[in-house]
Design a protein around this ligand. Structure first.
Ligand code: MN
Length: 243
């Protein structure tokens, strides 16, 4: 007979105090690992996933479980929770109650093990996200001087999609153009300058009259918003000097 005692859970996998007692070892040839895990009030795992999933059987107390994209759920002694293979999730105690569960984890033949992700933030743990998501954020993405300075009378905003692997080709605009990538990616290059790959959320500026050598959609194509600054009576025009 072998007696085992709970040992402190590793801090890279847990927030707060937790103790793990192996119940059935995944020793030589074993296909399933079973641990009893006790969480102090407020303690929880980090976000993680198991290659073949996991079954949790709550044996004592009250706890919380969340699957990625789902609500924070309350679990109590007697509850069984099934986590799908590869599904990101976390589990832990309630804020004011401890919780113990059996954790039953099938071990794949290739020995792949569980993967740890980000810690569960306090707001995420409470389920209101209050501390993790500020109500408003403001970030300056671009602060661009216009050369030459100009009087803008109108701004035309266009949504433009370029098919996968299609190149816009060398082109020149008759006014400044700003853009922000929505989806996909594109190689952007002003003639004589370095090329850059732009992805979702990136912004760019095509100066008035500049020769844009490349605006080439990559494998996934690209969709972006273009903001065309126009003088009184001016229409947005594009020239292709190479054609
Ligand atoms: Mn788990």
């Amino acid at each position: 007979m072998q007696m085992t005692h709970g040992s402190a859970a590793p801090s890279e996998w847990f927030t707060g105090d937790a103790w793990i007692t192996p119940v059935a070892d995944s020793g030589e040839g074993a296909r399933t690992q079973i641990d009893s895990v006790r969480f102090a009030p407020g303690a929880r795992t980090v976000w993680h996933r198991h290659p073949l999933g996991q079954v949790l059987v709550v044996t004592e107390g009250t706890g919380r479980v969340q699957r990625r994209g789902g609500p924070v759920e309350t679990v109590r002694a007697g509850d069984t929770v099934r986590i799908a293979p590869g599904e990101w999730h976390w589990h832990g105690a309630a804020p004011d109650r401890s919780m113990t569960h059996l954790a039953i984890e099938p071990i794949p033949g290739d020995g792949a093990s569980a993967e740890a992700g980000e810690p569960v933030g306090d707001g995420e743990y409470r389920g209101d996200g209050a501390e993790d998501v500020p109500p408003i954020t403001r970030t300056v993405l671009l602060d661009q001087l216009l050369a030459p300075a100009r009087s803008t009378h109108r701004v035309e905003v266009r949504r433009i999609t370029i098919a996968p692997r299609r190149a816009a080709g060398l082109h020149v605009h008759n006014g400044p153009v700003f853009g922000s990538i929505e989806t996909g990616s594109v190689v952007y290059q002003i003639e004589g300058e370095a090329a850059a790959v732009l992805g979702p959320g990136d912004v760019f500026y095509e100066p008035e009259g500049a020769r844009i050598a490349r605006f080439d959609a990559e494998e996934d194509g690209v969709t972006f918003l273009g903001y065309f600054l126009l003088a009184d009576g001016q229409e947005a025009e594009i020239e292709f000097p190479g054609l």
